[in-house]
Design a protein around this ligand. Structure first.
Ligand code: TXA
Ligand code: MG
Length: 367
């Protein structure tokens, strides 16, 4: 299959662009797969109403069948066509954060193919903010399932070339809308249990959500166990429903990822530990703040052959470029990627969640 990459710049929108949009939206509606930009990461879209089209997402990505998909909508009146028994707080959250990087887990309407939710009775719903995503969904006039547009296990794509790298020859269309602003996937909030639980941290923090819901919002590990969750011997049962996708190895580049702690303790030892003449010889990449770049350079730590990608703006800036840095370093044959940690609050929660998963890759033990 030939993959067409279409530049979808909103500036200079003309009849030709409109015609392209209509062609692509028509193909999506008929069951073809279309990759498109969102404000978080690029999505791989399919018509949520067509079971075969939903199945092709799993096949093309190599995605485990038990990992449910997020339904993307453009307008609030679509919500009741995919979900039911919607709690008031879902509408409050919509008022404050939609369109934006928030996914809500709600009860699924039976009309939505159960394959969308990998057989669960719930459904994940999100209203993406990116204008191209919105235009596409509006034009197709359907609910659109869209996982991140990467092959399963690879870092999520935040640039159109990342999508092409994984999907060339596998899907007919990639809409290129430039780099994704946020760079990590949406916050997933489960509203179907007794408590509100963030199943996947994203740009919107539990504190921000909690203020609007006027209820505590927990991360899976921070939630106190209630009596009903204790077994007969009084121990807490671990039964908080989690996003099934979070159990899989994710976000992993080929290179070994090493985290440099925020307090800068032990950086030298970590860097030196990769110096011993391994085979192939270590090629190092650094994904660090500009300040850290300046100090490592002045200490003579960064060698001429090392690759450095430096960001500014703390965890927000770090999130935007993380997956791009992984792919750039992989393409350059880097063997060790050093990434500076960020404090685990606000945007730092999502950044550290993705980074820790990438570093948990145990393919290549340290020499
Ligand atoms: O930012 C995003 O959310 C991106 C863009 C494209 O919108 N999409 C995305 O989709 O990250 P995906 O498929 O890569 O991740 C969806 C996550 C997985 O961890 C999945 O297990 C969880 O959401 N999920 C989906 N439906 C669920 C459900 N019914 N219950 C619990 N978790 C669910
Ligand atoms: Mg994904």
């Amino acid at each position: 299959m030939k993959t067409e990459v279409l530049q979808f710049d909103l500036q200079g929108w003309d009849a030709r662009r409109q015609h392209q949009l209509e062609r692509v939206a028509g193909a999506l509606k008929e069951g073809q797969l279309v990759a498109f930009p969102t404000e978080t990461v690029y999505g791989l879209g399919a018509n949520a109403n067509l079971d075969a089209s939903v199945q092709s997402i799993y096949t093309v990505k190599g995605r485990p069948q038990d990992n449910p998909l997020i339904v993307h909508l453009s307008d609030l009146d679509q919500l009741e066509t995919v979900a039911m028994d919607i709690p008031t707080l879902a509408y409050d959250l919509y008022e404050h954060f939609a369109p934006g990087p928030l996914t809500l887990i709600l009860k699924r309407r039976p009309e939505i193919p159960s394959r969308v939710s990998a057989g669960l009775e719930t459904v994940a719903v999100r209203f993406p903010a990116h204008p191209i995503a919105r235009l596409l969904i509006q034009e197709a006039h359907i609910p659109v399932v869209a996982p991140s547009a990467n092959l399963s296990g690879k870092p999520s794509p935040t640039r159109a070339w990342h999508v092409l790298e994984d999907m060339n020859g596998r899907i007919p269309f990639i809409l290129d809308g430039g780099p994704c602003k946020i760079g990590v996937e949406s916050t997933v909030l489960d509203t179907t249990g007794e408590d509100l639980v963030v199943l996947r941290p994203g740009a919107l923090s539990p504190d921000q959500l909690s203020k609007v819901c006027q209820k505590p919002v927990y991360l899976p590990d921070s939630r106190p166990k209630t009596c009903s969750e204790k077994n007969e011997s009084g121990d807490a049962r671990i039964e908080v429903p989690r996003a099934p996708g979070m159990k899989y190895r994710h976000y992993a580049p080929q290179a070994r990822v090493i985290i440099l702690p925020t307090n800068r303790e032990g950086w030298n030892e970590l860097i030196e530990s990769t110096e011993a003449g391994g085979e192939p010889p270590a090629k190092r990449g650094y994904y660090i703040s500009q300040e850290a770049g300046v100090s490592l350079t002045s200490e003579g730590r960064i060698r001429e052959e090392d690759q450095v990608i430096a960001y500014c703006d703390g965890a927000v800036g770090a999130s935007e470029g993380l997956f791009d840095a992984f792919r750039q370093f992989d393409d350059q044959g880097i063997t060790f990627i050093f990434v500076e940690a960020q404090p685990e609050t606000g945007a730092g929660l999502a950044f550290m969640n993705r980074l820790t998963k990438a570093a948990a890759n145990e393919k290549k033990p340290l020499a």
